[in-house]
Design a protein around this ligand. Structure first.
Ligand SMILES: [Zn+2]
Length: 176
């Protein structure tokens, strides 16, 4: 039944559709309230039906909370994974950098007699010095940078899912 607010007191009155266009006595203050025509009465009815249908909105709120919890769980897992990568990254010690290696070679050549330098040069020209396999320090450095990259990816995933989680939460708040 549509609810009609009494213009004389704050009570709301249940109005049967049969009373449309006539008057009804307010059960609270006893005054006669003019009842609107059927079309307007139906509008009132749909409004009160809307307010009655509010509870399902809270179920979307729990859905948002679930999504938030899920995203935060993903963020937490990503942070744990990234932290593990940081630990692995920090644990790896690169034996020597390329600069150290070059310095080593330079020192070696500076100590060489001229005749031997010429021979070395000729050998290099004959077998162009293409390295079949990279040096150990290069492999270690590559592994180290891989852990760093994985850590950065992990932190990025954590940041993105955290931001989405809080965005979904604040979007849900503004909707209410
Ligand atoms: Zn009244």
């Amino acid at each position: 039944m549509p609810l009609l607010p009494c213009p004389f007191c704050s009570a709301t009155v249940d109005v049967p559709a049969s009373r449309a266009g006539s008057e009804i006595a307010c059960p609270s203050c006893g005054k006669m309230i003019p009842v609107p025509k059927l079309g307007e009465l139906r509008k009132l009815q749909s409004q009160s039906a809307e307010s009655a249908a509010k509870p399902p909105a809270s179920s979307t709120a729990t859905g948002q909370r679930t999504a938030f919890a899920l995203l935060m769980a993903i963020a937490a897992i990503a942070i744990v994974g990234a932290s593990y990568c940081v630990v692995r990254y920090a644990a790896i010690e690169v034996p020597a950098t390329s600069e150290d290696h070059i310095a080593e070679i330079e020192q070696l050549y500076s100590q060489m007699p001229d005749a031997q330098l010429v021979r070395e040069w000729q050998e290099m020209e004959d077998f162009s010095p293409e390295l079949a396999s990279p040096y150990v320090y290069q492999l270690v450095a590559e592994e180290k940078s891989r852990w760093l990259r994985n850590a950065l990816i992990g932190f990025a995933i954590a940041a993105v899912s955290g931001v989405i989680a809080f965005l979904s939460l604040s979007l849900g708040r503004t909707k209410d």
